[in-house]
Design a protein around this ligand. Structure first.
Ligand SMILES: Cc1ncc(COP(=O)(O)O)c(C=O)c1O
Length: 388
C-alpha cells in the first residue's frame, strides 16, 4: 500500500478502536440555543455563542446591508487591496474598546496565535506556555525555533522557576481556559513576567465579551495589560475572525513579518462591519452578561451536588465523566432527552478527564438548565462511576 494510504488507514483504525473517532454533525437553521439536528430539536449546550449574538437580528441586518455596499469578499491580502475602510473601522473600534494603540486583524484565532509566535520567536528564545493552552499556541511553540517550556496549569511558581533557570522570553496564557472554564491568575502572571523582563501574551478567546466592564475581557477584569492581547470574534461576539491588540511598533512588525497576515486573503469587509456592530452591542447590552450570570448561578445551584460538577466563574462548565466511553454514553443519554452537549475526549483533554463541555448562552432558559440537571442526575444514578 502506498505510504500515505497506509498511514491514513491505520490512524483512522486506531482512533476507531480507541473509541475516539470524531464525527461531523450538520446543524440546521443556525447555531442557536435551540437547534435542529437530523430533523430533531435539541437544546444546544455546545456552542460558544455566550452572548447569543450569532443569530442576532441586528447583526444579520448589518451583514446583509454591508454585502450590498462592499460585496461578498475582500478579494486580496490586506497588504494588496484587501484592506478597506470597513477593516479600518473595526481596528479603531477594537482599539477604542480595549485601550491599545493598534489592532491587527486575522481570519481566525488559530491563525492570529500562530502568526504572533512565528513572527516573534527566533532561535535561542524562550517561550513559556501554560500546559493547557490551545492547540494553536502549543503547536506554534513546538514548530517555532524557540525553546518551549510548558508550566503546569496556572502554576505561577513553576513559571517563575522556569524563567529564573532559562532566562527571559515570552509568556503565553489563555485568559479563560477553553476546556476547563477556569481563569488564569493574570495578576500574578503579569508580576512574574515583568519581574523577569518577559513579554506577556494573553489569548482571551473565551473571556472577551463575557468578563469585565463592557465585556472587555479577562485582562481588563484583572487590570492588567499584556504586550499582546489576542481576541477572537467567533465566540461571544457571534461572528468569526480575530485580532491582536498591541502597540504601534508591534503592529507594524506583525504587518511586515506575520505570514498569516501578509499571505492570506483579508476577512470580507461585510464581516468586518458586522464584527464592529457586534462590539457595539457587546459594550452596551450589559443585560446579556447579567442574564448569563443568572444562568450560571442556576447551573451551580442545580448541578452543584452532582459528582461530575466543577465550579467555574465563566459560562464554560466542564462536567467530568472520566473515561472516553463514559463521556460518550453521557452525551448519548442527554441526546435522548433532547439535550445536545458534546463529549470532549483525549487527545483534546488528558486521559481519564473526558467530559461533557457544557456551555451557557444568554439565550438559554432557566427550565433548560433544570432539564439538563435532571438528565445528568438520572444518568449518574443509572450508570454510577466505578467504585460508587
Ligand atoms: C483559547 C482559544 N484560542 C484560539 C482559538 C481559535 O480561535 P478560532 O476559532 O477563531 O480559530 C480557540 C478556538 O477554539 C480557543 O479556544
Amino acid at each position: 500500500m502506498p505510504l500515505f494510504e497506509s498511514r491514513i488507514t491505520s490512524a483512522l483504525q486506531q482512533r476507531t478502536e480507541q473509541g475516539l473517532l470524531r464525527t461531523l454533525t450538520p446543524v440546521h437553521g443556525g447555531n442557536k440555543a435551540q437547534v435542529k439536528i437530523a430533523e430533531q430539536g435539541f437544546v444546544n449546550f455546545s456552542s460558544n455563542d455566550y452572548l447569543g449574538l450569532a443569530n442576532d437580528n441586528t447583526l444579520k441586518e448589518a451583514w446583509k446591508t454591508a454585502v450590498d455596499r462592499h460585496g461578498v469578499g475582500s478579494a486580496a491580502s490586506p497588504m494588496v487591496t484587501g484592506f478597506s475602510h470597513a477593516h479600518q473601522q473595526l481596528q479603531d473600534a477594537l482599539c477604542d474598546w480595549l485601550g491599545y494603540e493598534q489592532a491587527v486583524l486575522f481570519s481566525s484565532g488559530f491563525s492570529a496565535n500562530q502568526a504572533a509566535l512565528f513572527a516573534l520567536l527566533e532561535k535561542g528564545d524562550c517561550l513559556y506556555q501554560d500546559k493547557l493552552n490551545h492547540a494553536s499556541l502549543i503547536e506554534a511553540g513546538m514548530l517555532s525555533p524557540a525553546h518551549q517550556y510548558r508550566f503546569p496549569h496556572n502554576s505561577t511558581q513553576r513559571l517563575s522557576e522556569l524563567i529564573e533557570r532559562n532566562g527571559s522570553g515570552l509568556v503565553v496564557t489563555e485568559g479563560v481556559f477553553s476546556m476547563d472554564g477556569d481563569k488564569a491568575p493574570l495578576v500574578d502572571i503579569q508580576i512574574q513576567s515583568q519581574k523577569q523582563n518577559c513579554w506577556l501574551m494573553v489569548d482571551d478567546a473565551h473571556g472577551i465579551g463575557v468578563l469585565g466592564q463592557e465585556g472587555k475581557g479577562s485582562c481588563a477584569e484583572s487590570s492588567i495589560k499584556p504586550q499582546l492581547l489576542v481576541v477572537t470574534f467567533g465566540k461571544a461576539l457571534g461572528v468569526q475572525g480575530a485580532a491582536i491588540l498591541c502597540s504601534s511598533s508591534i503592529a507594524e512588525y506583525l504587518r511586515q513579518y506575520a505570514r498569516h497576515f501578509v499571505y492570506s486573503t483579508a476577512m470580507p469587509p461585510a464581516q468586518a462591519v458586522t464584527v464592529t456592530k457586534a462590539i457595539q452591542i457587546t459594550r452596551t447590552q450589559q443585560w446579556r452578561r447579567d442574564q448569563l450570570s443568572e444562568l450560571q448561578h442556576a447551573y451551580s445551584s442545580l448541578l452543584g451536588e452532582l459528582p461530575g460538577f466543577i465550579e467555574t466563574q465563566t459560562p464554560i462548565k466542564p462536567y467530568l465523566a472520566g473515561s472516553a466511553d463514559r463521556a460518550m454514553s453521557m452525551a448519548s443519554h442527554l441526546r435522548q432527552q433532547g439535550l445536545w452537549a458534546t463529549a470532549i475526549r483525549p487527545p483534546t483533554v488528558s486521559r481519564g478527564k473526558a467530559r461533557i463541555r457544557v456551555t451557557l448562552s444568554a439565550n438559554h432558559q432557566l427550565e433548560e438548565i433544570s432539564h439538563l440537571a435532571q438528565s445528568l442526575k438520572q444518568f449518574e444514578c443509572q450508570y454510577p462511576k466505578e467504585g460508587c
